[in-house]
Design a protein around this ligand. Structure first.
Ligand code: SF4
Length: 376
């Protein structure tokens, strides 16, 4: 087994200092960052600053150019498959939190297969398995069982669950998981403590260390991100970029995707909002793409159709489509079990038609299970 590496760490003082600096760059700094051959963290700070808000068309043009250089005019489509809404954590913003009075459900393996068939009937064969964090009922044994059953049917299998141990990730890799998504939610220690008040997720250090465990287990595709609206978004995105660079220095073989969802209403929190406008969101996505063109930006159905049309046709590499965010959502479960509300309810076929009109090729699957596992 590879030797564990030093984990990424951040103090409140460091976060606060970065936040104070994030409002300082001027327009000259933004223009320098836009033309930098290899943007530095200072350049990223400039691209995330209020001054860069005046350069939105330039940011979008540069980010689009870099995306097309790297991955052409293509967009990969996937769908989430919610296996369970059981959760033993308390997160202030989530409808799956243990204290929220919703009906709880965990799919059987047979039900997960039915959901897979329903997703495939939409044309999608790249599936993200999602669970609430419940070690006892949705732990590694359950995840292994589901993975082994689904693996022969799908082109690509990704996992978003509670952080696991290296050995658990190794078992899941062998069983058929191609990629793991681990969202930090926020890098601001005070905000993290305020929003995660019970359960294993309250341990911020454990969560910060989890991406390294994925890499140690030999999984080569890692999804990261923050939930926009929990802390200062400029600083959260900057620190996310630092975390990514830290991991890249130690794990050269890792390919990264990034998702940056905005806080949305959910069960028990019907009015919560992120405070991050569409303009802010576009700016931060472009800034990150310019800083690290190798990152694959992933866009969820939380965003409006109009905004998704723009992002999916320009800077994004992958997007969910036709999503249901509740266990059993593609077959029977009512919307009331959903983790969060979605804005883009168009079918995958409608998304694909929109992409073609905009000159982008939808990618339903770029690998076939008959050829074996998705290549690393
Ligand atoms: S965000 Fe994740 S860990 Fe927190 S309550 Fe929701 S499902 Fe559970």
């Amino acid at each position: 087994m590879p030797v564990p590496i030093a984990n990424f760490q951040l103090t409140q003082q460091q976060f606060d200092n970065l936040q104070a600096q994030s409002y300082l760059p001027d327009q000259a700094a933004v223009q320098r960052a836009l033309t930098a051959a290899k943007p530095s963290f200072a350049d990223l700070q400039a691209l995330l600053s209020p001054a860069a808000g005046e350069f939105l068309p330039e940011l979008l043009a540069r980010a689009t150019q870099l995306k097309r250089q790297r991955s052409g005019r293509t967009l990969s489509l996937f769908a989430p498959l919610y296996l369970s809404n059981l959760c033993s954590n308390e997160c202030s913003y989530c409808g799956f939190s243990r204290s929220v009075a919703v009906k709880r459900r965990i799919l059987t393996v047979a039900e997960a297969l039915q959901e897979t068939t329903a997703i495939q009937s939409l044309g999608i064969s790249q599936i993200l398995l999602v669970t609430g964090e419940h070690q006892r009922k949705a732990g590694v044994d359950y995840l292994l069982e589901v993975t082994q059953a689904l693996r022969p049917q799908v082109a690509r299998l990704m996992l978003e669950s509670q952080p696991l141990d290296v050995r658990d990730y190794q078992q899941l890799r062998i069983a058929g998981i191609d990629a793991v998504m681990l969202y930090q939610e926020t890098y601001d220690p005070q905000s993290y403590a305020r929003h995660h008040t019970f359960g294993t997720k309250a341990d911020m250090t454990n969560r910060l260390a989890a991406p390294s465990r994925v890499a140690q287990a030999g999984i080569t595709q890692l999804g990261m991100g923050v939930l926009l609206g929990l802390a200062d978004w400029r600083t959260d995105v900057l620190v996310l970029a630092q975390h990514l660079r830290h991991l890249q220095q130690h794990w050269y073989q890792l390919a990264f995707s990034v998702a940056l969802p905005r806080l949305k209403p959910c069960a028990g929190k019907s009015t919560q909002q992120s405070g991050v406008s569409d303009r802010d969101y576009l700016q931060l996505l472009c800034a990150l793409k310019i800083f690290a063109p190798e990152l694959s930006l992933s866009i969820s159905t939380r965003d409006s159709p109009a905004l998704r049309d723009l992002l999916l046709s320009s800077i994004a590499c992958s997007a969910s489509a036709g999503s249901k965010t509740q266990p059993g959502g593609y077959t029977v479960s009512p919307q009331s079990l959903a983790q969060f509300s979605i804005d883009d309810e168009r079918s995958p076929q409608e998304i694909a038609a929109m992409l073609r009109v905009n000159g982008v090729q939808p990618v339903w699957q770029d690998w076939h299970p008959v050829l074996g596992r998705y290549p690393a």
